[in-house]
Each structure stands twice: as structure tokens, then as C-alpha cells.
Design a protein around this ligand. Structure first.
Ligand code: GLU
Length: 442
């Protein structure tokens, strides 16, 4: 049986690290298993969903290099949800409730003061068919709840192992709002049944939904898929990535110069038993993926880690990988010279300015620099020139280590840190180097 998975974001905002992780894990599972992945846009909430956000989700996933084989948009499928609701009504599993939100709130508060869990008391089930009909005739708009069957709901979770709920501890969920809009709990299961989804992998915030949805799969005559719920990401201080994660959108990361492979390398492994290491190709991540490697403990994420991975990636990217994002004129020798010092491709540009000049040299020790200038090897400068040169300067002046190298770096680049001078010097070239050593902006 070919596994069928889905990633089902709600287009109410940009993708952030939390839901991108869900996308990545489902994609990896599908690709590893030879299965198919559906992108399902969960846009039944017409007030909060926008077409722009839906389009941005596709852009974000494509930028990451994730593809999908099937596509569905829930707003195209209201008829299917209505039909499913009708079937549930016919089988007595969907019942109308006329309580106002205020009444429900009051009930919950009373339960709370009595130390009871806030479970819906099923008062609406006591209404007679006659009463229901009369209230509907009067134009009252009920919400419709799914009647859970009492008893144990259990499944073998791909991440959490044996999970068990008791329906008595769950509220009958509202499936249809008073305005007739189907809610996620229903639309999701209708689609999972219709598109024959075999594996649902999502965050542990959906565990209780799963218990309810399992009964819904059964009530709709569908096959219950295999579930996996991974632990949610915590930020470095251990708090939930809620508001903060919202700010860490994929868009922000992309604008900040974080590469797709850095994000994929991190999120494919976060919360698994594998170490987090930079990978340069998706095939390797697919090969290494195993849903069983995800553990139950909550993974911590310090966003700085992502920047470190990005820096590691710079060492591994070739000139061809980045050429179109480097300043005009920058060549492979330049990229090879600077990439080890970068956290992001965009950080290369200032070094191109250093190479091209003009640089205002820092020349505290003019006599020393004059001596050094006189010793610059003759002929074109190459990668061996630096060691030949500094060897000669060392011999002539008796300086070594920092005393020898730092004044040269400050004069040649105007700053006290940066890429290896052995590689930069040939790029700076004789003329500019001599100018800078003489204290001129060159
Ligand atoms: N639209 C739901 C969400 O974003 C999908 C959850 C699910 O995977 O079923 O939370």
C-alpha cells in the first residue's frame, strides 16, 4: 500500500518554524517510503484565511525545495463536509445544541468552581425531537456536536507509543458552527477519508484531536490512519515557541540570509536521536530519516543554532551555488577566500568592498609598514606570496605572531579580523596593497 501523507496548514499567516517542521517531516516520510504527499490548504475559516497567505505557503515550501504530489483546498469542498454532516445526523452522531456562548461559559465556570473538568454536559441530548423542531422553526441557529461513544480510544503512535484516552473525559466536539461553517475537526477527517490518507504526522498539540477524530473516522466509515505526534519545539529558555515562533517565520529567515538547507538540516533532526549536522542535499536527509528516531522529550531550539549551521553551510557551497548572489565581478577565488568567514552569503559583499577598495587603511606603525612594503615579493601575487612576504618581514624586523600580522591586516583591510590574508592578498593585488601600506585609501 502506497503511503499517503498530507501537510495541512491554515492560511491565516506565514509559515513559521513549527509548521515548517511538520511539512518537512511529512515530506521526508513520503519521500523515504515512496509515498505521496498532499498539500491541503485548510481554509474553511473564510474570515481568517487569505488567498495571499495560501500563495505564500506554496512559495515558502518551494523555496525550501519541498514538493507535493496532490493538492486540495478545503474551501472548494464545503459540499463534501455538508454531505458528511448529513450522514452523521442520519446516524444520530451529530446533534444540535442551542446554548449561547455565554451559557456555555457559565457552565464551564460552574464546573471549574466544583473542581470538575470543563466537559460539555450533553444537556442538548435531553431535548425532544419536538422541541428541536420548534426551535429550528423559530430560526434559532444551533451548533452541531459530534456524539462521542463512551469507552477507551487507543492507538499506537509512531512517536509516542501506546496512547489512550477515555471518551468520558472528552467534550463532544462542535463540528458545525451556528453559522453553518464546518470546523477543522470535521473537514480534516472528511478529507483524510476521501483522499485515503494513511499516515498523519503532526505536533503533540493535536493528540486530543486525534482521539476525537479516530471516532469520527469510524463514524464516517473510513480507515483510521496511523498517527504520529512529535513534541513541540521549545525555545532555549524552555518556553513554548508560540508568539516568538510567530516572529520566526520562514520569510524572516529567508530575508535574514538563512539557506533552505540549513533549515532542512535542523528541522529534519530536531527532536530525534541523530545529531544536528549541516547537510547539503535533501537525498541525504531522506536517507537518514526514520520516524522512530523522534523522541518524546521536548527539543529546545536556540535560533542562534540556525545561524551556526548556515555558517557551516557556507564552507560547503561552491562558487556556482552562490554566484548569482555575489557582487558583480566576484569570482571563484574570492568566494573560496571568504566563505569560511561568513554566516550568510550576503556577508560576502563587505569583503568584496575590501578587495576592490577603496579601503581606508589603519596604519599605526608607518615605519614598519614601509619596511614591509619594500619586501613585498616581486611579480604577480599568488597564494604563496603571503608566507614568503611575512617570512621576509619577520626576518627583517624580528617581529612575529600578532605584532607581525595585525598591523599588516589593519593596513591591508582596514579591520582587525577577516578571511585569510594568504587568499585575500592576491585579490587585493600589488598596486592596492602598496597604496594601503603607504597609508592611502586605495
Ligand atoms: N490545519 C490544521 C493545523 O494547521 C491541520 C492539523 C492537522 O494536521 O490535522 O493545525
Amino acid at each position: 500500500m502506497t503511503p499517503i501523507l498530507r501537510f495541512a496548514p491554515s492560511p491565516t499567516g506565514r509559515l513559521h518554524l513549527g509548521n515548517v517542521r511538520t511539512a518537512i517531516v511529512n515530506w521526508l516520510y513520503a519521500r523515504k517510503s515512496g509515498g505521496r504527499l498532499m498539500l491541503r490548504i485548510d481554509d474553511t475559516d473564510l474570515q481568517r484565511s487569505t488567498a495571499a497567505h495560501a500563495a505564500a505557503i506554496e512559495t515558502d515550501l518551494t523555496w525550501l525545495g519541498l514538493d507535493w504530489d496532490l493538492f486540495a483546498r478545503q474551501s472548494d469542498r464545503f459540499a463534501a463536509y455538508d454531505a458528511a454532516a448529513d450522514r452523521l445526523r442520519a446516524s444520530g452522531r451529530l446533534y444540535p445544541c442551542f446554548e449561547t456562548p455565554e451559557e456555555l461559559d457559565l457552565k464551564r465556570k460552574l464546573q471549574q468552581t466544583r473542581g470538575r473538568p470543563p466537559i460539555y454536559d450533553r444537556a442538548a441530548l435531553k431535548l425532544t425531537p419536538h422541541e428541536i423542531e420548534a426551535r429550528l422553526r423559530h430560526g434559532e441557529k444551533p451548533t452541531w456536536r459530534f456524539k462521542l461513544e463512551r469507552g477507551r480510544i487507543a492507538w499506537d503512535d509512531m512517536v509516542r507509543g501506546a496512547v489512550e484516552f477515555h471518551a468520558e473525559n472528552l467534550s463532544d466536539p462542535v463540528l458545525i458552527k451556528a453559522d453553518g461553517q464546518p470546523l477543522y475537526t470535521l473537514s480534516s477527517v472528511v478529507d483524510d477519508v476521501e483522499f485515503a490518507v494513511t499516515h498523519i504526522i503532526r505536533g503533540e498539540d493535536h493528540v486530543a484531536n486525534t482521539a476525537v477524530q479516530i471516532q469520527l473516522f469510524q463514524a464516517l466509515g473510513g480507515t483510521v490512519p496511523t498517527f504520529g505526534h512529535f513534541s513541540l519545539i521549545a525555545d532555549a529558555s524552555g518556553g513554548k515557541l508560540s508568539k516568538r515562533a510567530g516572529s520566526i517565520s520562514l520569510e524572516n529567515l529567508r530575508d535574514d540570509g538563512i539557506e533552505p538547507m540549513s533549515i532542512l538540516s535542523l528541522l529534519a533532526k530536531l527532536g530525534t536521536s541523530d545529531p544536528i549536522e549541516i547537510r547539503t542535499d535533501r537525498a541525504r536527509l531522506i536517507e537518514e530519516f526514520e520516524i522512530g528516531k523522534f523522541g518524546r522529550s521536548q527539543p529546545k531550539l536556540d535560533i542562534v543554532e540556525l545561524e551556526h549551521l548556515n555558517g557551516k553551510l557556507m564552507h560547503l557551497l561552491s562558487f556556482a551555488d552562490v554566484a548569482d548572489r555575489l557582487p558583480a565581478g566576484a569570482d571563484a577565488a574570492f568566494w573560496d577566500a571568504v566563505r569560511g568567514n561568513l554566516l550568510r552569503v550576503g556577508d560576502a559583499a563587505p569583503w568584496w568592498d575590501v578587495v576592490q577598495g577603496p579601503v581606508t587603511p589603519v596604519t599605526g606603525d608607518a615605519d614598519f609598514l614601509t619596511t614591509a612594503a619594500g619586501l613585498l615579493p616581486a611579480g604577480p601575487l599568488d597564494q604563496t606570496s603571503w608566507s614568503t612576504w611575512t617570512g621576509a618581514v619577520k626576518e627583517a624586523t624580528g617581529r612575529k605572531g600578532r605584532d607581525l600580522f595585525l598591523p599588516l591586516r589593519l593596513a591591508l583591510t582596514g579591520v582587525d579580523h577577516g578571511p585569510e590574508l594568504a587568499r585575500l592578498l592576491p585579490l587585493i593585488g600589488r598596486e592596492r596593497a602598496l597604496g594601503r601600506l603607504a597609508g592611502h585609501a586605495a
